[in-house]
Design a protein around this ligand. Sequence first.
Ligand code: LLP
Length: 410
Amino acid sequence: MKLQNNTYHIQNIPVENLAKEFGTPLYVYDTEVIKEHLDRFREGFSSVDLRVKYACKALTNMSVMKFLLKQGTGLDTVSLPEIQMGLTVGFQPNDIVFTPNCVDFSEIEQAVEMGVKINIENLSNLEKFGQKYNGSVPVCIRLNPQIAAQANSEKVDWWHKQSKFGISLDQIDDIKALEKKYDLTIDGIHIHSSSVIMSPEIFISGAKAVFNIAMRFEKLAFIDFGGGIKVDVGDGNEVIDVIELGKQLDQEFSVFCEKYGRKLELWFEPGRYLVGNAGYLITTCVVRKRNGGTEFLGVDSGFNQLIRPMMYGAYHEIHNASNANGALKKYTVVGNICEIDNFAIDRMLPETKEGDIVIFKSAGAYGYSMASTYNSRFRPPEVMVEGGQARLVRRRDNYEDLVKNQILVG
Ligand code: LLP
């Protein structure tokens, strides 16, 4: 998003024009920003066979998924409908990985039928997998993130308590026993860990621990480092230098492959890194009011459309497209849901009046995909800007959408 002639533009289209054309609230995705992030992610890797699998849970719009397909990514999925969408968009089954957690084995069976790569994260499903397929279908093993967090000691305990994900390190012998019992073809090792890791050095020390474990598995084709790479959202918090990470990992992975005796693929499953900063929630300021000493700025959206501030205390930069350079004032920015619904408390923003267009940045990942119709409000439309052209890629909900599954009895 660029500031030109006192107003914000997405690929040279004034945000106010987008608001006028499509109405607010509105989600807008900028494909140039997606491409920039993907290029940056790939930049540091020069010798290894890097495969980026877009974690589409972050933003499950099929036009965005198609854009990423055209950029040569694969897909990371966590449910059967995500796989279905991926196949509809044109991803090859082989380029789709299914990394669910806590699912019934029948889902894994269906995913096998759909021909996608299977990632299993508990011993119980691994045993069932062995019983059903023996070694005929390759399987990837998801290990618990404590591996890569171990260098970050105060976080380790937290991980243990929080993490329902992956198979624990002290169960590697159990995995090996199942491998032997069913002649499993374990072709991948997966960890998803990186959001607690801020420096390439710590990441690398975690990666080395993974490489040591990988040496115990003879049939590997890839190692998957998951997603979780943070993106700079402008809150001043440190983010990992992905180019430097790429360079260091490229080197270490090559060393590992040499030791392993074969060139393996190196997988990542970024979601937010690719689409987080490419998305904007465009709203209109509809109410200005003062209660006590607080200046409230009410917009025509709410946590039903962007839940991250309320759910995680997440920071989203806010801008006024109608008065971009106005004098700064302190506001508490709220939504229209009938309970506490804060987007930001005591935020300095250019003076804002009713009717102004208010933009929430970094809303591409886990924005629309976590939206609901709470308070019986319509989910916003989604627009994708590609090659300077804005196209509607999902229409706004309507009343029929809201009630279509209800059965009125009595
Ligand atoms: N791979 C696996 C196995 C995952 O569990 C996730 C995300 C990803 C990849 C993608 O992670 P990313 O690169 O997008 O961080 N709703 C939260 C984020 C939940 C992430 C869950 N797993 C939020 O709004 O921040």
